[in-house]
Design a protein around this ligand. Sequence first.
Ligand code: C2E
Ligand code: MG
Ligand code: MG
Length: 614
Amino acid sequence: MKRALQIISIQHELAMSIGNGLDLDEMLHSFIRVSIARLDLSSAHLFLYRDDSGEPVHIVGQANSDKLVHYLSIPLRFLGKPWAENKVLADIVKRHFESNEFSSVVHIDGKFYQSFSIPGHGVIVFESITEIELTIQKSLQPILKKFSLSCYACLAHQSLAKEMAARRLAENTIAHQAAHDELTQLYNRRTLTENLKKSIAYCLENNKFGALIFIDLNQFKSINDVMGHDVGDKILKEVADRLISITRGKDTVARFGGDEFIILLPDLGEYEQVAEQIVNRTAIRILDIIEGPFSIGDLVYNLSCSMGYEIFPVANSSSCDVIKHADLAMYEAKMLRQRVAIRYAESMSEKLNMRSVYVAELKNALKNNEFVLYYQPQYDFEHQIIGAEALLRWNNPKRLQESPDVYIPIAEDSELILAIGDWVLHESCRQLKILQEAGLPDSFKKLSINVSAKQLGQENFFENICRAIKTSGVNAGQMTIEITENILISRIQDAMNLITQLNDIGVDCAIDDFGTGYSSLTYLRRLPSNLIKIDRNFVRDIHKDEENRSIAKMIIALGENLDMDILAEGVESQEELQCLKDLGCTQYQGFYFSHPLPFDQFVALAKSRYLEAS
Ligand code: C2E
Ligand code: MG
Ligand code: MG
């Protein structure tokens, strides 16, 4: 009776230890500890089946003994060595596995090793000085079956928990991706718009003000184009981190697009003036961090930015309007090259409307053939005509005096520039043909044509030039394409390709407005360009202006080194001309010689020069 009670008590305690919790490790430890105590063991060892990744598994059907691996022993070590390295034990387990029996016993060195199968999971080995009684051994069979079930339940639970964690992680990742910009991990446009909507509603309800600051990096495209997207991406990430560092948790910092960032300040209190002060203080901090040097690799980059903002709520303005307003204000700041944030004003929208009217007028001008080309002659050291530059004019009483500097950038913003550029190309070739046939003086070498950034990026631009040359039948050797230094740097690869192709057919290339950009010497050396045109800003008052004189001197020296000709633009006086001659510049263009002239007048002038020269 006493014996029966003892067995029931052992069974009960072992069963309790396996019913506990669903953590496999915890359950196994608890079961083995109770086994050792209740069965009077000196040690106990567990060998479990594992999958290829080493995780315990439940195996249905016949298992492979290689899958059986030492999992746990208590005590942990034997004579200072881990049980996993114990050959005797490993051998016992192997033999038990091969015997296919539920239990087996071996007696080695005065110790009994009693092994039991845990169906579907492995083998457990009990080590004791005395053999476990047969009745107790038998009573262990149902317990170990239950133990096996418990192992299975733990594994199933763990894999479910793992799957749920993985799913939760995937859901979180998807939610994060939907709300964030991939590169910078800032909020994206969508989240910004949602937060802005909430913030506008909150301000309306609570009579408060909020603000949205639109930030655009200046000249970022040049860095991207010249240094590559890797550098560009690193700078954008750094900008993002810096913006986060100066904002508070409730602000929304978002990347709106390429190099555009937005900061939403959702609650700036009840007074508009105070809100405005906070925005201005924030803008100063933004400027500070953006203008701080960026070290990427071995190089240091300096950036600047333009900022515009809008304070909300504004009557009848949606979240889209607020963003549009801040964007327009930013654009204004960029145009005015302001280093402070500019607040949106209604006049900016009016300007935008005027711009669209302007674009419509430009379209009509093209359709109604209102464009003409004027020609400004270029001269050499002996005042012989050496060429001319074709300059666009809008033959409309309202616009004739307007410089293309005004409407070319507007046309650039729309695709119109391509059609205008194409017209310029064909018209200049047509007129060059007339000039060639009229008999140009020998000194006349080249007609220059200006091209815009968009044209340079046009896929078939080179083919367009070839077509214009072919249709007009001009001598390609008498053509030069002018690319401003700024466009050249921002589209260096396009420019290099084009210039090389043009050179092959005999067309030259000039770098226009030189000195206003930041060309690197490395690029200049590689450019197969023949002429550098000193920007007229450095020619103005050159005889009096020390700084201009030294810049011009440097450009002339650069030209000599790179074997390029130098032409000075905007020469207006005898003094300027003399000074340029003294500095070694041998080609000139400017009002001192002639204003740009309508074609007929230019032909007459070119011919008279021819007569003079002969
Ligand atoms: P640019 O290529 O640097 O052309 C020279 C500009 O300087 C012309 O202005 C010319 O009239 C002006 N200029 C010439 N001599 C003097 C002078 O002595 N003093 C002063 N103050 N100015 C002088 P314009 O015709 O107003 O053209 C302005 C810019 O518009 C051009 O600068 C060029 O970048 C662009 N442009 C002109 N025509 C075209 C064209 O057909 N296509 C493209 N893409 N751009 C053009
Ligand atoms: Mg030019
Ligand atoms: Mg120029």
